[in-house]
Structure formats: C-alpha cells, structure tokens
Design a protein around this ligand. Sequence first.
Ligand code: SF4
Ligand code: SF4
Length: 292
Amino acid sequence: MNPVLLPPRYNYFGVFLTFACGLCCSYCINQINRYSFKPRPQLGAAEWLTFFKRVQLHDLPITLQGGDPGRHPGFCTLLEDLPAEYKIDLLTSLTFDLAPFLDRVDPTRFRRTGPYAPIRISYHPRHDELRTLTAKVRRLRDAGFDLGLYSVRLPDAPTLLDEAARVFASEGIDFRIKELLGPYQGAIHGTYRYPEACLGKPSGVPVTCRTSELLIDPSGNIFRCHHDLYNAFQPIGSILDPELGLTDVFRPCDKHGLCNPCDVKLKTDRYQRPGHCSVEIRPAAQDAPKAE
Ligand code: SF4
Ligand code: SF4
C-alpha cells in the first residue's frame, strides 16, 4: 500500500466511524439537505489502523466523530492500538458505554496542546438530560481526560442553556455555546461565507469547489464535503484503495444550493483564527479551459 500525503493546505481530518447515535436532535447537522439514507457498511478497527499508518499527517489530529464514534464496536481497540505519536480528537455526545472506555483507554491518548480540548462533548438541550450528562462528564474528568463541553444556541432553550452554563461553571468545566446552523423554526441560522449555498434547493449556478478537509465515512469512502458525505454522493476515493492519492483541486459541482451549513459557514481554523471556511466555491467559468 502506498503512503498517502495529506495536502498541506488541509485544516481538518474527520473520520466518521459510525453514524449510529443515541440521540435524535431535531436540528441534527447530519440531516440537513439530506436525501439519501441507505445503510452503509462499517469498517473495523484494523482497517482504520492500516489507513492511519499510511497517512503523512503533518501536525493535524485525527478527529473521530459520527454519530457518536463511541458506539463503534472497535472504538476502544482503535484507541488502544494506535501508536502514541498520532494525535486523536474525539467529538461525542457520550451516548456510549463509558465502563469499557474508562477501563481500557489511557487518558494520555488525548493529550495535546491546543486552544480547545481534544475531547469535545456535545450537550443537546431538549434531547439530553443535563444531570445524567454531567455525571458522565464528571467520571471522565475525574479519570484524567482532557475535555470540554459544547452546545448550540437554540433560540427556544435559553433557560436550559443558562442552567447548563451554571452547572458546568460550578464543575470548572469549559463550556462553549456555538451558533445554531441551518433551518430551525422557519428561519435559516448561522453566519456563512456562501449564504446562497445552503438554502435547501439547487441554485442552478455552475460552480467548482475545493475543500480543505479530509472527510471519510464509516465505509472508508472519502468525500469532497459534508453534503456528499451524508448523502453518499460521488466519493472521490477510498481508504481501502492501495494506490489512493489525494489531490487538492477545484471540482465541478451541480449540488450548489444543497450544501451542508458545516461546509459553507464562517468559523475559526484549528488555530482558532476567525474567518475560515471549509470550502472555496467559485463560478465554473473560472475553471473552464481557455480558448486558443
Ligand atoms: S447527538 Fe449529534 S449526531 Fe446525534 S442526533 Fe444529535 S446532533 Fe445528530
Ligand atoms: S458546492 Fe456545496 S455541495 Fe458542491 S462540493 Fe462544494 S460544498 Fe459540496
């Protein structure tokens, strides 16, 4: 198998180990502009490990996410067997069994310097029970795991968010509230570099697009953006391909208008610098071959 070179411009390496999740949030980002729900096979820990060892990462952490990656049957094995030099981040709603995780995974597996915690736990007002979540967070923190809590600013849940902020502050736990993204109660929420790109209907505008993220679904397929990932639309490669190569290019797209808000929002990069957007979208005419 050849080594895989991550394009130096890439800012994020996201591995969607599983789409299984213990919650059912009404504003779930995985469901926005989604029209395909075919079940997908899930790779095992050994296949992921083989791929991780092929990738030349520069200084990017590998972020395990989903769904809730803790619900993947090979989750603990993967964390145990991955060599210590690989930096791992975890995005989780903590809807998995903590006992084997606490038993098998060394907290130093998630140690790294950075402006935010390597384990980022989501709190979902109206869908989570705050007291149960806080008890789980306490168990992890007391075992030595470096974690932070995140939520989204749901317009109809200010009291629940205030209560969460009070509880986590009293526990000395970093709690941050992010913008809600996408459609909710008749309005589209979020701050976007390309607001016209996520209105929920094809714009008909011919565009090309390039990403700064490596996004891989549970079956090992690689996609150019979250819209394509959630819809299993036109993978651009597979981690099972022994000759896989990653190319940092603009690709034509006829799904503009159905973009996932995650891809086209304005956010911070991994150094917490503001003004970043995961993709660059431009008129297709700009990439058309020039006449002789
Ligand atoms: S916890 Fe996350 S992945 Fe699961 S339903 Fe809620 S928003 Fe979606
Ligand atoms: S234009 Fe939107 S749907 Fe098309 S590749 Fe870019 S982010 Fe994805």
